[in-house]
Design a protein around this ligand. Structure first.
Ligand SMILES: Nc1ncnc2c1ncn2[C@@H]1O[C@H](COP(=O)(O)OP(=O)(O)O)[C@@H](O)[C@H]1O
Ligand SMILES: [Mg+2]
Length: 420
């Protein structure tokens, strides 16, 4: 059918044509925004889940909710290149600009700008010009040189301005697993201080399933700071709606077993739903239906596209050894099982123990040591996470199946591997 009218939207953070299944999270965020606005005790929101389940899409919806309440929304994505302290300064700058329109700056905001200025001087950050320029730095609250203290000092200032204006500030932080530990800690201290003062600054963060552990390790009071929400694949009815509703809007019906086929392939994971939906649409003759035969044609096409994109980019930045180790994990006899036990790796006779011994052969070190080193580097690269002590799993849904399809190519045959 006409690809121009294709409603499906595979892509990182791409708004889905029908957002289903996020009602509970949206309600939690909406209530939290309103409670923060009233100065009532409330927690920020932390979304966790595998890749492609819709965390970024939800954060964007949260931003829209905040704007609907006339709040200031500032979005941050944590990448390896991101200068966190500079980004926090930009947050303060952007928020103060939004809170004090034009050049008429009320006393409270003028003071906050002075604090921001001394923060920028202390942390050797570029002065972003306009509003901050020409103001005297206000020293004390945010220029001690200790990040915990200075970030808290800065947020308290902008929180006070927001409260004076009768609005709040939502900071959405995506890919939060990439935050350096000291930065995560400083952010939590700042949030803690802000909540003690009942100021209207709220964070909505999203990251991989490792994040609850990271925040718990950073500060013991993590569970009092955040609502933790695990985002998963869509429930059956929601997954059907995610496929059927956008087609309906274009006057197209999914027929017979077509939907069942896509649900079986995608297991309800939002990214895959969009990718398979897109290919089913493009493969269909139409003019007003998508049939099971169309899906049969679409399945290998969608799979190829996922393999070359969504899955492939995940392993592009891994070493040969890491790929070999991934292949070991993906080749688990019951690879549909979600957990794999690290203890068995030290067992000489287990299949996994033998496989790790092969990798070790080329790198040296004890088998346990090799396994632990590779496990740590794959976790650091965001490909794996530890659901609980001694276990490891992929952060990418259906990754084991992908590795299976690559058999002999990932970590095995030389051809598809990057040069040593
Ligand atoms: N609730 C949903 N229903 C249908 N599709 C969704 C939903 N949430 C996200 N998607 C789709 O899933 C894909 C991945 O979403 P994204 O927010 O980038 O996931 P994550 O941030 O968890 O990796 C996008 O193509 C998006 O359109
Ligand atoms: Mg995302």
């Amino acid at each position: 059918m006409d690809p121009v009218r294709n409603p499906y939207s595979p892509g990182a953070g791409a708004p889905p044509p029908a957002l289903v299944g996020g009602d509970a999270e949206l309600a939690t965020c909406d209530v939290a925004i309103q409670r923060f606005g009233l100065g009532k005790p409330e927690r920020s929101v932390l979304l966790t889940g595998l890749r492609g389940v819709g965390k970024t899409v939800l954060l964007r919806e949260f931003g829209r909710l905040a704007e609907g309440h006339r709040w200031v929304h500032h979005a941050v994505e944590i990448t390896e290149e991101l200068e966190f302290v500079e980004e926090m300064s930009a947050l303060a700058h952007g928020a103060l600009r939004a809170l004090s329109p034009g050049r008429i700056v009320v006393d409270r905001a003028r003071r906050a700008l002075g604090v921001l200025k001394s923060f920028q001087l202390k942390w050797k950050l570029p002065d972003e010009g306009d509003v901050v320029m020409g103001l005297d730095p206000v020293s004390g609250p945010a220029d001690s040189g200790l990040l915990d203290r200075d970030l808290a000092g800065l947020l308290l200032e902008i929180g006070a301005v927001a409260r004076a204006r009768g609005v709040g500030i939502l900071v959405t932080i995506d890919e939060v697993q990439n935050l350096a530990r000291e930065h995560l800690g400083a952010l939590m201290v700042a949030l803690h201080r802000v909540s003690q003062e009942q100021l209207p600054i709220m964070v909505a963060a999203a990251g991989l399933p490792t994040v609850p552990r990271l925040v718990g390790e950073a500060k013991t009071y993590a569970e009092r700071l955040f609502h933790f929400r695990m985002i998963n694949s869509l429930a059956d009815a929601d997954a059907r709606a995610a496929l059927a509703t956008p087609a309906d809007a274009e006057g197209v019906r999914w027929r017979g077993a077509a939907l069942d086929r896509v649900l079986a392939e995608t297991r309800g994971y939002p990214y895959f739903i969009q990718e398979f939906g897109k290919h089913a649409w493009d493969s269909a003759d139409g003019p007003d239906q998508i049939t099971a035969d169309d899906v049969d044609i679409a399945v290998p096409r969608a799979t190829r596209e996922l393999d070359a994109g969504f899955f492939r980019v995940r392993i592009d930045r891994t070493s040969r050894e890491e790929q070999a180790f991934l292949a070991v994990l993906g080749g688990a006899p019951h690879h549909a099982e979600v957990v794999r036990t690290i203890e068995t790796w030290s067992n000489d006779d287990s299949w996994i123990g033998k496989a790790v011994a092969d990798i070790k052969g080329s790198t040296g070190g004890t088998r346990q040591g090799v396994a632990e080193r590779l496990r740590d580097s794959l976790i650091a690269k965001g490909l794996c996470y530890s659901p609980r002590e001694g276990r490891i799993d992929f952060t990418v849904p259906l990754f084991g199946e992908f590795l299976h399809r690559q058999e002999g190519r990932v970590g095995g045959m030389e051809s598809a591997l990057p040069p040593p």
